[in-house]
Design a protein around this ligand. Structure first.
Ligand code: URA
Length: 311
């Protein structure tokens, strides 16, 4: 099924070289700088060849529409219990909610709130297409023990996406993410932010349950990651909340511990990303809920959201 012939790889490498050259030219010409994630494109080529071209365009090839999202709000200082040094600290940026449309000038240090990449040309994959491509996935060994593949649920046009680690027992049985105890807490957190569960989109790094709720293994993450990236490319949310180490480290390709990542805005493919603690961890360590709530409040501020009544 996969299109991983040497010719196809050469084609894609040539395409990526063209893109890199174009981006260098853009940079030299003081234009907007885009970063193509070459590794993600190659992974998707292997896993889902029919989404490849559309995904590549979405991720910033030369003919893609501008990236849609303003940059991240200012990073808050590290929590008192963590070391002060954070080498990858993003540059301070105004929060989304404070950007009046008239002030969104391309080239003024922020990305414009333009239509999502590919929107004009219809090149962006839809969630349905990503789901169809995933099919009855047999790409890793988790397929042999799962009861149901858990793709994701919620609003396909959500401004806010939560990414967890992988399905647990309840999710595996129902085919729906975050429906067990951790899911109950996540649902409360979403309500406290002023959203309903079906306003947002919820998915996981791996779509099939690791047996006994063990951690997903690197090969399992590698098999599933292109689909997570394609889901986010399809939805184009304003903010992604990465729940826990696996979501944050996978999306950011950064092995910094979650205790240091959390609470600090990052950018994922032009989308603001807030790493925070996983709800299952919060159930085990309720004293950490305060920090997670601070992280979610920063997200609410960025989205111009008032607290909900279900806190
Ligand atoms: N934990 C996760 O990371 N995802 C789920 O869907 C459920 C529990």
């Amino acid at each position: 099924m996969t299109d991983d012939t040497p010719e196809a790889s050469q084609d894609l490498s040539a395409l990526l070289d063209d893109v890199r050259r174009h981006l260098l030219w853009q940079e030299e010409a003081a234009g907007r700088v885009l970063m193509i994630d070459a590794k993600a494109a190659l992974e998707l080529q292997r896993s889902a060849p029919s989404l490849r071209a559309r995904f590549a365009r979405t991720q910033g090839t030369a003919d893609a529409a501008p990236q849609p999202r303003p940059e991240a709000p200012p990073a808050r200082g590290p929590p008192p219990s963590t070391p002060a040094a954070r080498p990858e600290a993003p540059l301070p940026r105004p929060p989304l909610a404070s950007l009046a449309p008239a002030s969104r000038t391309p080239g003024a240090g922020m990305r414009v709130d333009a239509p999502p990449p590919g929107a004009a040309t219809g090149e962006r994959p839809t969630l349905d297409e990503v789901r169809r491509e995933l099919g009855d996935c047999q790409r890793c060994k988790l397929c042999s023990t799962r009861k149901n593949l858990v793709f994701g649920s919620g609003n396909p046009r959500a401004e806010l996406v939560f990414v967890g680690e992988g399905p647990g027992e309840h999710e595996d049985l129902q085919g729906v993410p975050f429906v067990g105890a951790a899911g109950d807490l996540l649902t409360k957190m979403i309500g406290a932010m002023g959203y309903r569960r079906d306003d947002v989109y919820i998915c996981n790094v791996v779509k099939c349950r690791p047996p006994g709720n063990r951690n997903p293994e690197p090969e399992e993450i590698a098999s599933c990651e292109p689909f997570l990236r394609a889901q986010l490319a399809a939805i184009q949310p304003k903010v992604v909340v990465a729940l826990g180490k696996f979501a944050a480290q996978t999306l950011l390709r950064d092995s910094t511990p979650i205790t240091r990542l959390r609470g600090n805005w990052r950018t994922y493919e032009g989308i603001q990303l807030m790493p925070t603690f996983h709800p299952a961890y919060l159930l085990r360590s309720p004293a950490e809920k305060r920090k997670a709530w601070e992280d979610l409040q920063a997200v609410m501020k960025a989205l111009g959201k008032q607290p909900g009544s279900r806190a």
